[in-house]
Design a protein around this ligand. Structure first.
Ligand SMILES: [Cu+2]
Length: 334
């Protein structure tokens, strides 16, 4: 239920339901602040007049507020603030937690541009075309300094950090072009580091994809790189394997040599490629050389996509996860 008008003057557009949620919370906080400010200001004026000094020799008597009055003015604000806290937490977690099955796009920030990698293969700079009404998850990293991915129409932003992946998600409800800004000062041309998110009707998006020359799926590029870098010498599925089998690995919990568990996600894969000795899986020797400085951010994304395409712990058939991106929002729990 949306209690608020669709569009506020002086406000950027709202392109998603989460953006509306943020606005509702924001306006509720504004309303509470305004009501209490006016109430307190009005009472101050009332008391100034009501309890004014009436003669030259009048001496004030100290007043003690009644217990119930004190309890009332403590408990009512407490309830209102806790309500705002609860509501704010709900919106915060909704923003931070991408739904399962969201379509995954990779974003690389760089002084001073945004680079995008579609799961279907196309790459874009400073423009990202996405379909309407789908859960879109962005997996983001930086090639140099800290940037921040900010789309005012989505009312959310996320820092983009070198050396790790952060995520951002949205589900656009309205087709159109929305401005993207870098919201973290990142050097001389920071203010030029902007772009647009172009939300298209699903049919138009398919058409747009078809016009892109490069149609090699990003996972395929990763697979080529995987053999070019001879990763397959050790990561193989027969008995000669010197290294963990990558089929069905993504999303699994692996036991490390020291007995601790690690979730195989993008950040773990990235660390294991660049700094293989950091978290060695139990039962294997630390044989793998580091690929630090030998792979670009795009190469890393390709390799991670390839490993993801080999399936996770729940996929009976490893190749099934290749289709995961196409069913996208169908299995999203609301
Ligand atoms: Cu930046």
């Amino acid at each position: 239920m949306n209690l608020w008008p669709k569009r506020f003057p002086l406000f950027p557009e709202t392109a998603s339901r989460l953006a509306q949620d943020v606005d509702q919370l924001y306006f509720f906080a504004l309303l509470v602040t305004a009501v209490f400010s006016l109430l307190i200001a009005a009472l101050i004026f009332y008391f100034i007049i009501r309890f004014r000094r009436r003669s030259e020799d009048e001496v004030g008597q100290p007043e003690r507020a009644g217990l119930w009055l004190e309890i009332t003015w403590s408990v009512i604000p407490l309830v209102i603030l806790l309500f705002m806290f609860g509501w704010g937490s709900k919106v915060f977690f909704d923003i931070r937690k991408p739904p399962r099955g969201a379509i995954e796009y990779y974003v690389t920030g760089k002084q001073w541009m945004w680079k995008f990698q579609h799961p279907e293969g196309p790459r874009e700079i400073n423009e990202l075309h996405v379909p309407l009404g789908q859960d879109i998850k962005l997996i983001m990293t930086s090639e140099d300094v800290i940037h921040s991915f900010y789309v005012p129409a989505l009312r959310a932003k996320m820092d983009v950090l070198p050396g790790r992946y952060t995520t951002f998600w949205f589900n656009a409800e309205k087709a159109g072009a929305y401005r993207l800004f870098c919201a973290e000062y990142c050097g001389a041309e920071h203010s030029y580091m902007r772009g647009s998110i172009i939300v298209m009707e699903p049919d138009d998006y398919e058409e747009w994809l078809a016009t892109r020359g490069q149609t090699t799926a990003a996972a395929k590029t990763g697979a080529d790189l995987f053999s070019a870098q001879t990763c397959d010498t050790c990561h193989r599925s027969d008995s000669a394997a010197q290294a963990p089998i990558l089929h069905g690995l993504f999303g699994k919990e692996e036991q490390l040599a020291d007995g601790s568990l690690v979730l195989v996600d993008e950040n773990y894969l990235r660390e294991s490629i660049l700094n293989p000795a950091a978290k060695v899986v139990a039962g294997y020797n630390a044989l793998m050389p580091t690929y630090q400085g030998r792979l670009s951010e795009e190469d890393l994304v390709g390799l991670i996509l390839y490993i993801k395409s080999l399936g996770g712990p729940d996929s009976a058939d490893a190749s099934a996860s290749n289709q995961a991106t196409t069913q996208a929002s169908s299995d999203r729990e609301e």
